[in-house]
Design a protein around this ligand. Structure first.
Ligand SMILES: [Zn+2]
Ligand SMILES: [Zn+2]
Ligand SMILES: [Zn+2]
Length: 165
């Protein structure tokens, strides 16, 4: 089976400072390309989401905005979040009701998330084989699917090493 493409790797497997900077640059370029406006608030929300690879809930984002001295009304902050999701700069993880940045918004991809239940770190992969299996299943059922987001919970490499064997 062909290997999946790594869209976001696990912590310790990359330079996160670089990854944060490049994610924001990618977002700027993507908004410019689509004629969308990355307002100050939208950018702030995106930066908070990109501070780690741990999915973050809307309420925690709001709290972090406030701790940075911003006091947007909650609906305004939630609208900024909706914008980021619809611009594909951010993915929503349904099972956790949380958000995670996508470093590759320009590519249309069905993604799979591997979520560590110990440290919360989340990696994003794109497997063509998984995408095709979903396509063919939907076809078989005559089913029109939304963009599927697959969430796999478990233990990342770094956490599995910590556990007593
Ligand atoms: Zn990173
Ligand atoms: Zn993605
Ligand atoms: Zn972990």
């Amino acid at each position: 089976m062909p290997k999946a493409r790594v869209i976001s790797p696990f912590r310790g497997q990359h330079d996160h400072d670089h990854c944060q900077v490049s994610a924001i640059e990618t977002a700027e370029a993507e908004c410019a390309r689509k004629g969308l406006k990355l307002t100050e608030l939208r950018r702030q929300v995106l930066e908070i989401i990109w501070s780690s690879h741990n999915p973050i809930g809307a309420y925690d984002i709001l709290q972090q905005l406030q701790s940075k001295g911003h006091k947007p009304a909650p609906p305004t902050a939630y609208r900024a979040l909706d914008f980021l999701v619809s611009a594909k700069l951010v993915h929503r993880l349904e099972s956790m009701n949380a958000f995670i940045g996508c470093p590759s918004p320009e590519a249309s991809h069905q993604c799979q998330f591997y979520i560590c239940q110990h440290c919360g770190h989340t990696a994003e992969l794109h497997s063509e084989a998984v995408a095709q299996a979903i396509e063919s299943g939907a076809e078989q059922l005559g089913f029109i699917h939304n963009e599927p987001v697959i969430e796999v919970h478990g233990t990342c490499k770094a956490c599995s090493k910590k556990e007593p064997s």
